[in-house]
Design a protein around this ligand. Sequence first.
Ligand SMILES: [Zn+2]
Length: 89
Amino acid sequence: MVKTRKIPQRSCIGCGLKTDKINLIRVVRKPNGVLVIDIKGKEPGRGAYICHDADCLKEAIRKKAIERALGEKLSDDIIVELTNQISSN
Ligand SMILES: [Zn+2]
């Protein structure tokens, strides 16, 4: 018998679309309040997900969706990192 692997679904904070977790970039608020981009999906803490799409990032920034989801202000460094991450895929 073949076991079917269920891929967890998450919503993008930019466009709100639900998709497989592996297609999304995860931003994590670490226990010390620092926001990091979780590339390996192993960081503990509260996470927000966003598509590999510059428009979703722009929308998320405009709506302050990441701030609202994680309760921390998005630093310029994180925005640059996210932009790089998105454009590299
Ligand atoms: Zn999106």
